[in-house]
Design a protein around this ligand. Structure first.
Ligand code: GLC
Length: 633
């Protein structure tokens, strides 16, 4: 059962679709204090677990750390971090009784889940207003279903968005894109999408095209489509502040950008230099921004990724001026060690600073609000601009759209990717752990940068990561400018990559139908073993295997120089290894097993009595035969 509690005068974050009556706060099942801030506390019994918080570091069981919901441009996804790009304020407290909590507040929320005191959890909302929702139920899966019904059905992208996708910050010329396409095709490597990072734009201006690089963009898009490749351009939140650039001029003339306390346009620096931040919280501004996508959809583009929408601020004009003044003061005298640190702090503190987030304002449909109080819905509302426009213009399931920043509610119109990770083995595991957590919050179309965004990738890392990626709805290989090339044909053993990528296409009918069912039934595609086997002590602690759909379990290898791994089987299962067209099958009993998996194989475990369909391999979803399926299990 779900209950809603209203505290103060909460803003409408667009998170839920069902309007519930308010329950009296005296019925709130946990201890709650209201006033200047809201504090919720509860005791943790030794075996209690806490699930949720969507996109966050650390384990599937979130107990024992302090998290902050605060959409952050955070490249270092290390254990010490409290926030990543999404703000997903949902947890399930799983003990003898199970209770979930959703804190619907668009500002910061702190989750001390047994950090300050191991047996106490304390959630702090530094605001006098929020909707609090509680959900109780028999199982975690049932609780998630109820919650997901409250927040509405998850976004379904077009079918082709389940194909393999290649991205790289640095592809710039038409030839760069054609080479990627041709190298995949000639090496028998399937591919459905190539991503266009910021270099396709004219001076990083949203909704423009660098005509020097792409003299006839429409023909280029059509040519790619003729090869069954969709081009997916990036759109950043900030609009370059440049007179004569029509998007900026329109936004400026209509007052659609965020303002400082005096009502002047707030100026900050991102890729294009100084930008205006569209006020996505304002319905007119949001609709206006949504319509800008037409500039590219008219040219045949049918997918986008929205970026830098936490919003990421490299600096504000004001902050930069202050830092420069500080630096010039410091350089007036000879620099001692403290002077040096002062200089360093002045520069390092420029990006994403709380001072800046506290210094600009939105016109939230008539109500002036400070950004810091609504920070966590900014990116979600940017993506809402796009997804609302796409749905009105093209209907459902026609456009691919996913975002870096997100808040619950955005899952209805778009997917997410997990932002800038590293080419680290530990990030394969982090990728796996985030999947059930974001599914709980409605985000089904999701995935990490396979191979890792920052740092240099190796062939074995990419293969092992792809062996997880074949199961994630968004399967995209992406890397940063200046890192080692990591397309599937870059490492010499290209046949191994062809074997693994073929498996994705063989599995698409299964992945797609499971995805659709989970969207329709408000179900999770990926679940911790603990959700399915609540009475199994070992299963309740397994965090490197996941249940997939109703049929399977996955257990990828995430360490270097390993020929296999140990897996725990909660019941007898069929151990399947898929590689190209090959399928090997072995029946395994309940218990712990060591299984060997070669670099060109994808391991999968199918529950006894279940079968899953396999298609014939194909080089794109357009060529995939989804009718003549073989069943294994
Ligand atoms: C951000 C994005 C990354 C992109 C880069 C350049 O870091 O997260 O994916 O490649 O910006 O646009």
């Amino acid at each position: 059962m779900i209950k809603r509690f209203k505290i103060g005068e909460p803003l409408d974050t667009n998170a839920v679709v069902e309007q519930l009556d308010n329950s009296p706060i005296s019925e709130f099942p946990l201890s709650v204090k209201t006033g200047e801030k809201i504090e919720i506390t509860f005791n943790l019994a030794p075996d209690d677990k806490i699930y949720g918080l969507g996109e966050a570091v650390r384990g599937i069981n979130k107990r024992g750390w302090i998290y902050e919901s605060w959409c952050s441009d955070e490249i270092n996804h290390t254990e010490d971090k409290r926030s990543l790009y999404g703000a997903h304020n949902f947890i399930i407290i799983s003990g003898e009784k199970k209770l979930a909590l959703f804190v619907d507040n668009p500002g910061k929320v702190e989750w001390d889940l047994g950090y300050t005191s191991a047996d106490t959890a304390k959630i702090t909302v530094p605001s006098n207003s929020a909707y609090l929702y509680t959900v109780d139920g028999e199982t975690e899966r049932d609780i998630v279903r109820q919650f997901r019904k409250l927040i509405g059905k998850s976004y379904i992208p077009p079918f082709w968005a389940f194909g393999y996708q290649q991205s790289c910050w640095g592809y710039a010329t038409e030839d760069d894109f054609r080479n990627v396409r041709d190298n995949h095709r000639k090496n028998n490597l399937p591919l459905d999408c190539i991503y266009m990072d910021i270099d396709y734009m004219d001076s990083f201006k949203d909704f423009t095209i660098n005509r020097g690089l792409f003299p006839d963009f429409k023909s280029f898009v059509d040519d790619m489509k003729a090869h069954n490749i969709h081009l997916i351009p990036i759109i950043d939140a900030g609009v370059k502040n440049e007179k004569g650039y029509s998007v900026y001029d329109e936004g400026h003339d209509n007052g659609y950008f965020c303002t400082d306390k005096d009502g002047n346009e707030f100026e900050c620096g991102v890729w294009p230099g100084i930008v205006g931040l569209p006020d996505f919280l304002n319905t007119n501004a949001r609709r206006w921004f949504g319509r800008q996508y037409k500039a590219l959809t008219d040219l045949g583009i049918d997918g986008f990724w929205n970026d830098m929408n936490e919003p990421a601020l490299f600096y504000s004009a004001d902050g930069l001026k202050k830092a420069q003044e500080k630096l010039s003061k410091l350089s007036e005298k000879e620099i001692d060690i403290w002077g040096f640190f002062g200089m360093k702090d002045a520069v390092m503190g420029l990006s994403n600073s709380m001072d800046d987030y506290s210094s600009f304002y939105h016109d939230f449909d008539g109500k002036k609000v400070c950004h810091k109080d609504v920070h966590n819905i900014y990116g979600a509302f940017m993506t809402r601009a796009a997804s609302d426009y796409f749905e009105e213009e093209f209907g459902k399931e026609k456009m691919l759209i996913f975002s870096r920043a997100s808040y619950i509610g955005a899952h209805r119109g778009s997917g997410i990717w997990f932002g800038d990770n590293f080419s680290w083995w530990s990030h394969i595991l982090l990728n796996l752990k985030m999947l059930p957590s974001v599914n709980m919050c409605g985000f089904l179309y999701c995935g990490a940068d396979l191979g890792g965004f920052a740092n240099n990738c190796t062939g074995d890392l990419l293969l092992r990561w792809l062996q997880l990626g074949v199961f994630t709805p968004l399967m995209r290989n992406h890397r940063a400018l200046g890192t080692r090339a990591q397309e599937a044909y870059q490492f010499g053993n290209t046949e191994d990559f062809a074997d693994v990528l073929a498996v994705r296409y063989r599995l698409i009918p299964y992945i797609y139908s499971t995805f659709r069912r989970c969207s329709d039934e408000n179900d999770m595609m990926f679940r911790p073993l603990a959700f399915d086997y609540p009475n199994d002590k070992i299963a309740s602690e397994v965090e490197d295997q996941l249940m997939l759909g109703d049929e399977c379990m996955i257990a990828p290898i995430y360490e270097q120089n390993k020929n296999g791994r140990t897996v725990y089987l909660t019941e007898p299962m069929t151990f399947v290894k898929l590689s190209g067209e090959n399928v090997t099958i072995e029946k395994l009993g309940k218990g712990i097993h060591y299984v060997e998996v070669a670099l060109n194989e994808v391991p999968l475990f199918i529950k006894d009595g279940k079968k899953i369909p396999l298609a014939k391999p194909a080089l794109s979803t357009a060529e995939l035969n989804t009718e003549n399926l073989e069943y294994i299990g």
